[in-house]
Design a protein around this ligand. Structure first.
Ligand code: MOS
Length: 688
């Protein structure tokens, strides 16, 4: 069993098992869970970026129709720990960012809560605030968490001696994850147990985060989240909205409190991708071989809580180059708390690095694919370990053939059609292949099949279906004999749906449980028989550098007169281990690439330095790609079964689709026009 997983369901492409219920509106999302006599919460948010509130006058709100309770720092339930600055809300009237929660109104209807919140008047003493990220900011510091700096060899000498050099700065803006389902919670405190129906990427990790802060035992908290309408990392850790709703419920025992974060509130409360500044210097021999490699990255962080957006992360392992210097810094500012957004670190980091590689190719007169061929490392430059299986070049070559790379003009402005300049670009893609230990699956024989329970999450990606496929093959039964239950702390422990580790980590638990079940109950188990199994750490991760790779191709056209830029087609080829469900996997890759297109051409949170908040805080002003922006995205993958990824042979695919996609588009824009854009997003003005 451990050597061989006989696959019948794995590799086939069943439709989402929850799809029919979803399209018929029968799959309850967190906010839709039926509860009796719910109350509704509306928050009060700070209107200055830094300082404190002198008075918060709630008298008009308290007397307003339908108002049951007004929560402020004066009366908020106590917290056991205030270490987490993002979650330790309503402790004082201090203000660390504009939009910070200062209180909440709880009323009989959502409209009454919102109206009453508006009746609260606040006087402030504003201090000078600073929300502007600069590379030379005096507050710049090494982040407390993160991979640390790299210094190998003599960068300065080798850079000075290089035949070809590039020395440029790149930037990525604030980006916001905007899942269609906003962050929502229904909280209910019955005096001894707190239940949260909430939209999260991990019920158990959320419980573990909240319990010590609230001073409750983990067993006193139940988190339920079977259906999630997208997360992209923003639901990977609990944010202040969940804490606010929990505090409201604790303040009003016996009554469920509902809160759906509004789209505008999401821009200051539920995390975002911090902007980055990336200074990259590459020195190479005339043949393109990199000898000197320096990457100095700075990201915006918050005074309220540190979060490093580690742009240097992929640069640690991508390319050869014996003289290396990588530094990562954060600048804590008076801004909302950044957090995970699809491929944190890799997504912005592969913008700078992969545009820089394109620039090096141009400087050396070398084809960008050939440049990458010449800089393939034999082992992981960071750890010295061999790669599990590094197939970047296979992805690039396969993609070049399919995309028609040979037709690309090596010179910019080489292709013109009806007033449009047309260009092609390429970039590499990568993401770590992690597996988390500790998830537990429970299998119970029923009269006609098996019930499998694990507190896993499906963000809408199809993981529920793919994990059912894993369970079916582990148990040696058809798919429809498996009833998989997820998304509830009443089920066995599961790790977070994050870092592209969900399916492989939970799959390892399911496989272990099936093995235990067979050992304990044999081939003819009686109904009611049960067994559990736990996911272990991947031992191969000790001896191999575990990563997935991919190649991203893009073709854009840019209008000579107007500068209008349009993506024409994109192709992604991925090496990501075994693909469990080709249908849902294709959606994941396409979704990631579409998000990369958003990074490339659309997305930018505009932080107004005068007021300290993102002013384009809704989907009318913060642009994401719509169907008309995405004419043609094609995805394929190499046929693989990675023996170092465990019995399942699969690696995660949730994040790699976004990585490198934006650089491929920016490189295509250069190939079209000869104009190099180093600051995302690429807006048409650049070409005029
Ligand atoms: Mo993903 S950004 O690790 O949830």
């Amino acid at each position: 069993m451990s050597e061989l997983l006989k696959t019948t369901a794995i590799g086939t492409d069943p439709v989402r098992l929850d799809g029919s219920a979803k399209v018929r509106g029968l799959a309850p999302y967190a906010y839709e869970h039926p509860v009796d006599d719910p109350l509704y919460l509306y928050p009060v948010q700070a209107e200055i970026a830094r300082g404190h509130a002198t008075t918060i006058d709630i008298s008009a709100a308290t007397g307003a129709d339908g108002v049951v309770h007004v929560l402020t720092a004066e009366n908020a339930p106590p917290l056991q720990s205030t270490e987490d600055g993002e979650l330790a809300i309503l402790r004082s009237k201090q203000i660390g960012f504009r939009g910070q929660y200062l209180g909440a109104v709880i009323a009989t209807t959502p409209e009454q809560a919102r109206l009453a919140a508006d009746l609260i008047t606040i006087s402030y003493v504003a201090d000078d605030h600073d929300v502007e990220l600069r590379a030379d900011h005096p507050a710049s510091r090494t982040p407390e968490s993160g991979g640390g700096d790299v210094a190998v060899g003599d960068f300065n000498a080798s850079f000075a001696a290089a035949d070809i050099t590039i020395d440029n700065s790149y930037s990525t803006p604030i980006e916001h994850n905007n899942p269609m389902e906003p962050h929502t919670t229904i909280a209910h405190w019955d005096g001894s147990e707190l239940t949260l129906w909430t939209s999260t990427q991990g019920v158990h990790p959320t419980r573990s985060a909240l319990a010590p802060i609230l001073g409750l035992d983990a067993e006193q908290i139940r988190i339920v989240s079977p259906h999630v309408g997208g997360g992209f990392g923003s639901k990977g850790v609990p944010h202040a909205d969940m804490m606010l709703t929990a505090l409201a419920a604790l303040a009003i025992p016996g009554q469920p409190v509902k809160y759906a974060v509004t789209r505008q509130q999401m821009f200051s409360i539920t995390g975002y991708r911090a902007p980055t500044l990336q200074h990259i210097r590459l020195g190479a021999r005339a043949d393109g071989t990199i000898t000197a490699f320096a990457f100095d990255a700075v990201s915006m962080s918050s005074q309220t809580k540190e979060f490093p957006e580690e742009a240097t992360k992929p640069a640690r392992m991508m390319y050869a180059g014996q003289n290396r210097r990588l530094t990562q810094r954060v600048v804590p500012l008076d801004v909302p708390v950044p957090s995970w957004m699809r491929a944190p670190g890799e997504a912005p980091g592969m913008v700078g690095l992969e545009i820089a590689m394109d620039e090096l190719a141009v400087a050396g007169g070398i084809d960008p694919i050939e440049l990458r061929v010449r800089n393939e490392p034999e082992t992981d430059p960071d750890t010295g370990l061999p790669f599990n299986r590094r197939r970047l070049l296979d992805c690039l070559h396969e993609g070049a053939t399919r995309f028609g790379w040979a037709d690309r003009s090596p010179q910019p402005r080489g292709r013109r059609e009806n007033g449009w300049l047309i260009g092609m670009g390429v970039a590499a893609s990568t993401y770590p292949a992690g597996r988390q230990p500790g998830s537990v699956a429970r299998i119970r024989r029923t009269s006609d099949g098996y019930q499998v329970g694990i507190g896993a999450a499906d963000l809408g990606t199809g993981t529920w279906t793919a994990l059912t496929q894993v369970a079916a093959d582990s148990l040696g039964v058809p798919l429809d004999r498996v009833d998989l239950q997820i998304g509830d702390t009443a089920l066995p422990n599961a790790t977070v749906a994050g870092g592209s580790t969900g399916l492989v980590s939970w799959g390892a638990a399911v496989i272990a449980a099936a093995e235990a079940f067979r050992t304990e109950h044999g081939d003819d188990p009686v109904p009611g028989s049960e067994a559990q199994g736990e996911a272990q750490a991947n031992p191969a991760a000790e001896t191999f550098a575990m990563h997935s790779f991919g190649a991203q191709f893009a073709q854009v056209r840019i209008h000579e007169a107007t500068g209008e830029i349009r993506m024409e087609r994109m192709l992604g080829i991925f090496s990501a281990g075994r693909i469990v469900n080709p249908r849902t996997a294709r959606s994941q890759f396409i979704g990631g690439m579409t998000m990369g297109l958003g990074m490339a051409l659309h997305e930018k949170g505009e932080l107004d330095p005068r007021f300290g908040h993102v002013i384009n805080h809704d989907l009318a002003e913060y642009h994401v790609p719509v169907n008309a922006d995405v004419p043609d995205i094609e995805v394929s993958w190499l046929d693989e079964n990675d023996p170092h990824a465990g019995v399942l042979g699969a690696r995660g695919i949730g994040e790699i689709g976004i990585v490198g996609a934006a650089a491929a588009v920016a490189n295509a824009a250069f190939n079209a026009t000869g104009v190099r854009v180093r600051d995302l997003p690429v807006f048409g003005d650049a070409f005029l």
